[in-house]
Design a protein around this ligand. Sequence first.
Ligand code: 3PG
Ligand code: MN
Ligand code: MN
Length: 561
Amino acid sequence: MGTMTNGSSFKLEPNPKIKKPEKPLLVVVLDGWGEMEDDEYNAISRADTPCMDSMKKGKPDHWMLLKAHGTAVGLPSDDDMGNSEVGHNALGSGQVVDQGARLVDRALESGELFDWDGWKHITPAATKGTLHLIGLLSDGGVHSRYDQLKLLFDGAAERGVKRIRVHTLTDGRDCEDGTSIPLMETLCKDLQALGEKGVDARVASGGGRMCTTMDRYESDWNVVKRGYYAHVLGEADNRFKDPVEALKVLKKPKNGKPVSDQWVPAFVITDDDWQPNGAVQDGDAVVIFNFRADRVVELSKALEYKNFDKFDRKQWPDIKFAGMMQYDGELKLPKEYLVPPPQISHTTGEYLAKNGVSTFACSESQKIGHVTFFWNGNRAAPFDKKLETFHEVPSDQNIPFNEKPAMQSAKITKLAIEALKSGKYQQVRINFPNPDMVGHTGDLDATIEACTTVDACVKKLIEAVEEVKGTYLITADHGNAEDMVQRDKKTKKALMEGGKPRMLTSHTLNPVPIAIGGPGLPKEARFRADLKEPGLANVGPTIVNLLGFQSPSNLVESLLA
Ligand SMILES: O=C(O)[C@H](O)COP(=O)(O)O
Ligand SMILES: [Mn+2]
Ligand SMILES: [Mn+2]
């Protein structure tokens, strides 16, 4: 909307059509709330969602669909499902940037990765000692992707690395539960092939990503402790000589309940003498091969920081450590990394803070970083502490979220209403994790309950916006809850196994809704119908417009006519 201002300075020009609102703008991200036609496995259409349903009546001026996957959010191709990292990057930056998956693909395919400083940093240790590769064994492309891991260890072997140990976190969240076993079989076969070339390459440890290593936002350091003990110290209750057998045994139902790949207990692989085959020693090299930051920041701290007090490390080997990417640009963590991260600057958050807009951003532990760090372009700290308040509500710990689908939505709602009524904030931004976090458990009934709960929270928030005469913008970052089952690619019919549907725990390729409204929304404000492929990146400039400014030229276009 309106002419673009010069993108280099941060000054925003007033918006000729929408004057600076006196009342707050509420921005709500419903994490994992995609849009798909009704179906028995669509947890959103089967939930009781009168509030979100009623917003559809605003179509097309105040309700539309946005692309939230693939190239619209900087991923390699439109076969890539969206995710929170790239989704909140796009939402908050108002730009489409090449994301980690794509940058790593390019660096590995060209071989450039092995010429860059990060690889040079680890090479002496990798060739003299052991190269340890730690990360998510997955073909989901959200945190990592198997073909990248293979290119990494094959490339290392070609460059003189003689001993490789892979420490695998099993997924079942971004790819179907159970795929850990065929993926592990593939990994063992590919490492075997290196063996035939004289490289001693084996799996050394592992565990389910939700209970081993891949915690985020410091929700539960015990998750990281279990992983550190298994990967670095070679300590775990479960010891096996073969990783495939380890998974088959550890995935056997426990107390009658199936064991998801996400929750496989930590294990260590041993030599014939039952000694761990790959604990990390002084002089070794360690690479975390996940390209996505949030769930490997904590392990990076445990590996890199001399002063560390989150758990007793027992030993802290003297290693050469690098991340696949740098996971926190402000902390410069890790110092060394194989592929430079996406450079995201001049985000809407920075523009708004530098033009005096006050913001309250809130979610619970599981998503606080999404609505602050990722939203602000992979930057943890506020741009201006005086103007931006980040409030985290502690999430439940160490439980599958289908056991408590309401999560902390009530507390987030209460805090957002207080912020709206406080008169202290021009923008209140929240994320409800429920549709996504419960969707990832694959529990249809619990996800229906989660969506019903979130809809009731949105209703309360809309009432508060009406009371303060404010404006609202409700959207999502990618799909998840709207499709809870694996489907035949052609017929779209649910895939069944043993008479039961094969549940889908991952995100989807579906679009997401965006709705605007409230007494503060100017009458003439409406969505334009001429945007070729409206996507998440168009939301940032729309927020800038709704806050009374023209959108700067480095951002993509606003959704407002
Ligand atoms: O990290 C996770 O929980 C999933 O792999 C991706 O989910 P998110 O992108 O919604 O965080
Ligand atoms: Mn998400
Ligand atoms: Mn998710």
